[in-house]
Design a protein around this ligand. Structure first.
Ligand code: SAM
Length: 300
């Protein structure tokens, strides 16, 4: 084949791969919907196609399609496939097993809630607005609002199911990450006597910090509808409020998973000023920056 034709085919392949990239995340979503990781764990760490089909309630006529989904999921590293040991029926040549990634879909610290949130149709479909949003002069309305007619926080405030989906998602991420933060980077919490987790969701991070460092008095500042549903951790004080108006005093300030859109669509750059003064107010305000940090710990 002429070089030019080969280059054209290679380019077309790249185009197809980018066009169909969503199959990867939608395959993962289907694996969660069909609870495939749980089935594999249920069968002692290795399950055949028919075992997966049975527990997922996939009818026999669709088993070839399920087999194709499993090929996608093994190609993308969600599961491993190995030759089934002798004794398993000859049409069941493969035994599917978990990978480090899919082990995060089972067990007590599983990441199913946060993955489900991110792959939820309301959230995914906001990205359809990206091109149109970029053409607009002003940052507001954000992509989510352009798509859904209300902001993310308005929806969380008015739709209890979406609110629960969101808060459960954030909790699952927090539980996983905070073990590592506390065990590997715990020294940052020494020398302070109080901590405020700004926009701290249901207080999972503050609870984990307070449990590991009982000398720290931990509080969470959050929007009213989030505080209203928060669990009753005895070592966490909840404060309903708006972080842009006032942040109660504390010797340490903690921010986790606060991104540009999650705080306010009008913020567009990362420099944050954390001012503590003796009168007792810590002010959090955006300068002109995007807060890209997943985790920020500062002293007032
Ligand atoms: C991505 S979540 C992070 C929650 C928590 N830090 C965590 O990592 O689990 C962003 C949080 O910001 C809260 N939030 C948004 N705007 C806020 C505001 N103006 N004042 C206080 N909290 C706010 C939301 O309710 C939400 O819980």
């Amino acid at each position: 084949m002429a070089l030019a034709s080969q280059a054209l085919l290679d380019a077309q392949l790249d185009l197809w791969q980018n066009t169909f990239a969503y199959v990867k995340s939608m395959g993962l979503k289907s694996a969660i919907d069909l609870r495939i990781a749980e089935t594999i764990q249920h069968h002692g760490g290795g399950a055949t196609l028919s075992q997966i089909a049975t527990r997922a309630m996939v009818p026999p006529a669709k088993i070839p399609c399920l087999s194709r989904l499993m090929r996608v999921l093994t190609a993308t590293g969600v599961f491993n496939a190995q030759q089934a040991p002798p004794g398993i029926s000859s049409c069941e040549q493969l035994l599917y097993t978990l990978t480090p990634m899919s082990r995060l879909l089972v067990g007590s610290r599983n990441q199913v809630p946060i993955t489900t949130l991110i792959l939820q149709s309301t959230v995914v479909s906001s990205l359809f607005e990206l091109g149109g949003w970029l053409r607009r002069e002003l940052p507001e309305p954000c992509m989510f609002q352009l798509r859904n007619d209300h902001t993310f926080w308005e929806l969380a405030n008015t739709d209890p199911a979406f609110n629960a989906l969101f808060n459960n998602g954030m909790n699952s991420d927090t539980e996983l990450i905070m073990d590592i933060v506390v065990n590997e980077f715990g020294e940052v919490f020494h020398g302070a006597d109080s901590l405020i987790d700004v926009a701290g969701g249901h207080g999972g991070a503050a609870h984990a910090i307070g449990k590991a460092f009982p000398h720290l008095k931990c509080s969470v500042l959050e929007l009213g509808h989030v505080v209203a549903d928060a669990p009753n951790y005895t070592n966490v004080q909840y404060i309903a409020g708006n972080m842009f108006e006032t942040v109660p005093p504390a010797s340490m300030i903690f921010l986790k998973s606060l991104s540009h859109q999650s705080i306010s669509p009008s913020l567009s750059s990362p420099s944050w000023v954390v001012n503590g003064d003796q009168v007792g107010e810590i002010k959090v305000e955006s300068m002109d920056g995007r807060l890209g940090a997943d985790l920020l710990v500062g002293r007032g």
